[in-house]
Design a protein. Sequence first.
Length: 487
Amino acid sequence: MKFYVATAIPYVNDKPHLGHALLHLYADVLARYHRQLGEQVLFSAGTDEHGGKVAEAAQKAGLPPKQFVDQVSVQFREGLKKLNISNDRFIRTTDSGHEQRAQLIWRTLAKDIYKKAYVGMYCVGCEEFKNEAYVKKTKGICPLHNRPYEKVEEENYFFTLSKYTAKVKQVIETDQYKIVPASRKNEIMAVINEGLQDISVSRPKNKIPWGIPVPGDDTQTMYVWFEALMNYITVIGYPEHADFKTYWPADVQVIGKDILRFHAAIWPGMLLALGISVPKMLYVHGFVTSGGKKMSKTLGNVVDPLEIVEKYGVDAFRYFFLRHIPSYSDGDFTWELFEAAYNSELADQLGNAVSRTAAMITKYQNGIIGNTPPPQHDIAPFQQAMLSCRFDKALELVWEQVKGLNQYIDEAKPWEIANPPAGGRDEEHLREVLANLVANLLEIAGLLVPFMPETAAKIQSVFSTGILKPLPSSLFPKNEAASASAI
């Protein structure tokens, strides 16, 4: 069984930030989970490297656009490695293969593309024309980029998105193209019900030279969003490659809420015009704030994800953002919140359960675990949470088991079984209690594989062979293993 998950591809006009990290974490959890299920997984990520915004950033950096995007794309790729993101492909929209296939797609869509003179308000930050109602609502200033719209008069090519309004509405309404969470589905349905307008799909080359040339018209370049959306099929070799035939339609595309309209209205319209299937699911995540405020250089509250990783380790980073940032809405990061979760949940709860269990097996059974009972927990709610992209809920369920395990240790009191006041240790009972602890830890480790792969592997390496292997170090070293008196 195949599973294809793809992330939106970030612009390379600046270095990677926390939002990019979250985007890739969500897709990585899905990829790792479906690999664990034995499925044939393809996980694609990449970078969006054309357009006016990128050219502007390159100019500020004093570099030609290609040299600039080469440098920033490497930062994104290296950042994914540091976050332990397991993508199989990394597409760049400056790759020759993408550019050639994008031009092929343009030619295929030519029946639905026409040229006309246009006057509109354009946001360089969004790389998008804004309609009159939106411009009025936002008082002429983009709320995302805090810069005024530019009045643009030019001749562009347009895609007849309006022609596909009814079909786009149908695939979303019927969940053929399932948008998760439902609040995002409702949001885009409100837009579609107003009627989709034809969209500009090119810009004059003399204004936006940094882009893919429009086939047959060297005065125009493809509108950056139009060709960037194509990456989901160009990366798997649309139209002729075996990978396209194997993996399309995508099982899940992961995006941030700010690009919902492109992925839930324009993208399905393009696919319907091409005569190919829409993706099965679009998972839309929220934003991360810092201390309740949007991150900005001006406020000085921008958080570098790699700084957290360097200080606390990659699995602690993954845990906090996957559990404590709501999967379906916005969430907040502060160092205080992070440190509280690290100390209480990772060090005190999971870390201590592992170290106490290892210490007791060493002390009371000379490191011999023996046979362990089969898992006892119903994991159906966990599985449902994973399939619904409720990663926060899935981890909450795992942590109920972690807390339950610590409670079991405190109630079973293996140290009292090992040292009864009247003497005569009940070896069988002690073995049974410690085997239950190990069985629970191995079950927890299995559930943690998609979320905290390094931690899961460490727990499995210590307990999975029937003979205890040394714990290399405390899992989350701020709080050391429990004292000998507690075991």
